[in-house]
Write a protein that binds this ligand. Sequence first.
Ligand code: ADP
Length: 390
Amino acid sequence: MSEVMTDDSLIASLSQSDQLRVILETSPAAMVVIDDAGIIRGFGKAAQKLFGYSEEQAIGRNVSLLMSAAHAAQHDTYLKRYHATGERRMMGFTRVENACDCNGHVFPVEITLGEAHVENRTYYIGFLRDVGEQLADRRQLRDILDELAHASRISAMGAFATAIAHELNQPLTAITNYAEGVRDILARRSDLADREQLVEILDSCSKQAVRAGQLIHRLRDFVRGGRPRIELTDPAALVDNSVTLAMINGFRRDVRLEITIPKGLEKVAVDPVQAQQVLFNLIRNAFEAMHAGEGAGGRLRIEVMPHDADHIEFVVEDSGPGIDPQVADRMFESFVTTKGGGMGVGLSICKQIVESYGSSIWATRSPSLGGAAFHFTLPAGRESDVEEKE
Ligand code: ADP
């Protein structure tokens, strides 16, 4: 560390600079300043708290110290490429990455990077926000994840059960009708020795087919059973939590995330777990579409805005290849997928949830990012709505 500092008095003066020092010490955001070689030159108070390193421990070290192993390995290459090509992969955009604290705990942070030029040298200033911190603690996050995973399974089972009930209804009815037809024919054939026994068997056959139909319908009602818990929910919190969940599930790499939510937007009257599930499914699809399209990279934009007097609109847009015209008019149905290992239930779950609130979901092409844009609305709510619904 001291080697680099004495090598370059400018760098030393930068980290000693009074203005910078005041900012580093007082900024509520965790700030990290690095030079063009990736060496940490400034390490603010909030960053010290976030990562558990003191200023002395961090300054002079490579910034990969603060990253998870996978990202750390790539970081020097990113910096070199940026220098060589000026390609703006991160600059000025907010994105989410996994960071690593002094105890080796990996946690998600939202990073906004800025760039400063001081006497022919380039410095990068990173503003970091612990995404997980918005949720009271990690335990609560785990609970939400468990709840979401549970809700996902229940919804997937619900979608399966509904589709299976629908598909099996026809053949089961046909079996019952054929069995009854044969039974009636046999009943008239007095010449057959085993007639009564055969009629009995056919009776049981049609009774069992009817019973199978009832069982499937009961299963569907059972998995649909859980009542949603409607709450007045801040759209920004829904978006934040869903992004965190998507990230924890590994969807983050190289994607620039832009979130636009106007201040003072009305709240929505929904079960937050259900609403997050819709957002999560759409974010997951966007990441998968971008990944399938061009490998790494891509842009994801989430926007929330008023729709009409009673609804708030959410939009999830990506820079992927857009929707395959072959599935465009069927993709909200169960089991429609263009992915090798896809189940094709994600969008049908979204539709089920959104429509249960009397709202709608639809897709367009994103005018600015070029990929798919999924829009859905949710009911705007006031305190009185929630009391009435409960
Ligand atoms: P799955 O993800 O298992 O295929 P979904 O119901 O979530 O099931 O999606 C159905 C289909 O809709 C996908 O297979 C894909 O063809 C299309 N689709 C969904 N989201 C996007 C998107 N963001 N970009 C392009 N196509 C999409």
